[in-house]
Design a protein. Structure first.
Length: 584
């Protein structure tokens, strides 16, 4: 069972959206792009407990808060989705409402095209729609989910898709994975509560606990003084009410409701110190994270035919646990849908399963699945490249470099300049710019066009180019920055202050880290500028791809010590992203 597409109209911050899913999916996009709204929309259609909220929707669930139109039709929230991969029992239960989905064309087969249903790319599907609106007569909001097929005569509602139908579909929306602090609580929606519901277990403890608490009095000993005060209060009340009113006052543990107990009950776990137990939220972070993973695995294994929706599984969880959470859930569910800002989560998905969403000022959300750039083959999608690629996908702004040396050098230069003059410069991270190493000169234009088509703002730094290559790069990126030098090492030695070069070489030599095969390049005390430059040039060539250039920048003690080309590029980027206010 899988969601094939989701269509949203007039819901919260989304005026219109159409999103396609390729099995397991991770949704990425800027903050406030609508990722959480997408999950809430799915929950309105499929969540069996969502309709328990009264009213189901309110004024804040309408786009722009507009739910009433005097003199015209009121706005309507419409959310439609289509489910494929139905199990046999689901086909039997929903047989009257089954349609057919052409996976190749991405469309529902029309009633007059019944012969098309025999094709391999056509599969049975269930199309459902939630509609919500403001009812003027009742002065209240209403909303229900219905089947979309078969169509009924005008004015007659579609058949209702009720709570028991939703339970048959098995949708789980895990909102509360911020930390493990609620994982083992008895609150509604906690991981433990979800497990109990899946296994159809109703805890029989409530009545026993309530009965015990009703018999448990607190602070009854006269020497504590509380009982005496309560009796005085009771006696004072009898001056104004009949003498047979009530009995002596009692101090008890709670006001005896299930909801209070749900919030109060706490599971204690062994601390490993003798027989002492402590509340589970007082366990170490590693223990809590592992516990969350174990509970999620239990949920997935208990209900395999399920669609999981989980927001940001990376929060408060280390990278290796993020990967295990995603792997466990995708391995034990028919479909898992995540939102994420973590490259470690994205690494667990094929590019086609990464959906990028963007929302314009009119509330229209556009989505696209990420595909490899044309020149990148699947076998090249190595672990190292995958991490950099995912980091770039998550960023709004990207700085392309030709190699690892340039990538580390520009990052180091931005940080160093920010340390030296924080009011004039910012680090690339602070400006929301991800650095992406394209690994060759020829790939700058290709990756530039690729990321630009994804809606990213693309900067690029590169060596001196031939005119044709420069034209290709300039047309592919938003902001191209060409160096005056044929190689980055030459730029570094020509533009870095001499005192920095001398200090850099001297310290490496004194600590015994200078490469022995470059011993002949070690300058003497009376060496010329050219000799110091040649020594650093040879060292940077030898350490190409490592952090040699970035290390050199760390020796800069003033703004003008940093190579001018790097300073100018970083200044230009800052001015573009944070333009100086017009004071005139």
């Amino acid at each position: 069972m899988r969601i094939a597409y989701l269509d949203i109209k007039n819901f919260r911050g989304i005026s219109s959206a159409r999103i396609y899913f390729d099995g397991h999916t991770v949704i990425i996009g800027d903050n406030n792009a609508g990722k959480s709204t997408i999950f809430e929309a799915i929950d309105l259609v499929l969540g069996p407990d969502r309709l328990n909220r009264i009213p189901v929707i309110d004024e804040h669930d309408f786009y722009n808060g507009e739910y009433y139109n005097p003199g015209g039709d009121n706005p309507i929230v419409k959310i439609e989705l289509l489910i494929t991969g139905l199990e046999e029992d689901q086909l039997d239960r929903f047989g009257y409402h089954i349609e057919f989905w052409d996976e190749m064309l991405g469309s529902v087969i029309a009633p007059g095209q019944i012969s098309e249903t025999d094709k391999d790319n056509v599969t049975p599907a269930l199309r459902l729609r939630f509609t919500g609106s403001y009812n003027e007569e009742d002065d209240d909001f209403e909303g229900e989910t219905h089947f979309c097929w078969p169509e009924k005569s005008e004015g007659v509602a579609f058949a209702k898709f009720g709570k028991s139908d939703k339970r048959e579909c098995g949708f789980l929306y895990l909102r509360a994975l911020r930390t493990g602090t609620r994982a083992l609580s008895m609150e509604r929606g906690s991981l433990l509560d979800i497990i109990l519901k899946i296994r159809e277990l109703r805890p029989k403890m409530w009545e026993d606990i309530l009965s015990q608490l009703r018999q448990t009095n607190v602070a009854t000993a006269p020497e504590l003084g509380i009982k005496n005060i309560l009796e005085e209060v009771q006696q004072a009340l009898k001056e104004f009410v009949p003498s047979d009113w009530g009995t002596e006052p009692l101090l008890r543990v709670s006001d005896l409701t299930r909801e209070h107990l749900r919030r109060t009950l706490t599971i204690f776990m062994s601390t490993g110190i003798g027989t002492y137990h402590a509340p589970f939220q007082h366990q170490g972070t590693g223990t809590i994270n592992t516990m969350v993973l174990a509970l999620l695995s239990m949920i997935a294994e208990a209900k395999k035919n399920v669609i999981f929706a989980m927001e940001e599984p990376e929060i408060a969880i280390p990278p290796y646990t993020q990967k295990r959470v995603v792997s466990s859930i995708t391995g034990n569910s028919t479909q898992a849908i995540f939102t994420s800002h973590s490259p470690f989560v994205l690494e667990e998905f094929k590019p086609s399963q990464i959906v990028l969403i963007q929302r314009d000022k009119g509330g229209i959300v556009k989505s696209q699945s990420v595909q490899f750039p044309a020149h990148i083959k699947s076998k090249q999608y190595s672990s190292e490249f995958r991490t950099r690629f995912c980091e770039a996908l998550l960023a709004k702004r990207i700085l392309l470099t030709e190699g690892a040396t340039e990538a580390t050098a520009y990052t180091a230069a931005a940080r160093r300049l920010n340390e030296l003059a924080p009011t004039l410069f910012k680090s690339l991270e602070a400006m929301g710019v991800a650095v992406f190493n394209v690994m060759s000169q020829t790939a700058v234009a290709q990756f530039g066009a690729y990321f630009r088509n994804l809606g990213k703002t693309v900067f690029a730094v590169f060596d001196k180019q031939r005119s044709e290559a420069l034209i290709n790069i300039a047309s592919a990126v938003h902001y191209p920055y060409e160096s005056d030098f044929a190689g980055f090492e030459e730029l570094m030695v020509q533009e870095t202050a001499q005192k920095v070069l001398e200090k850099f070489v001297s310290e490496i030599v004194s600590t015994g880290q200078w490469p022995t095969h470059l011993s002949s390049y070690i300058p003497s005390k009376d060496a010329t500028v050219e000799q110091w430059q040649e020594a650093v040039y040879q060292y940077l060539k030898w350490s190409k791809g490592a952090a040699g250039a970035a290390e050199l920048i760390s020796y800069c003690e003033a703004i003008n010590d940093v190579p001018a080309t790097l300073r100018n590029v970083l200044t230009a980027i800052k001015d573009i992203l944070e333009p100086i206010a017009d004071h005139f």
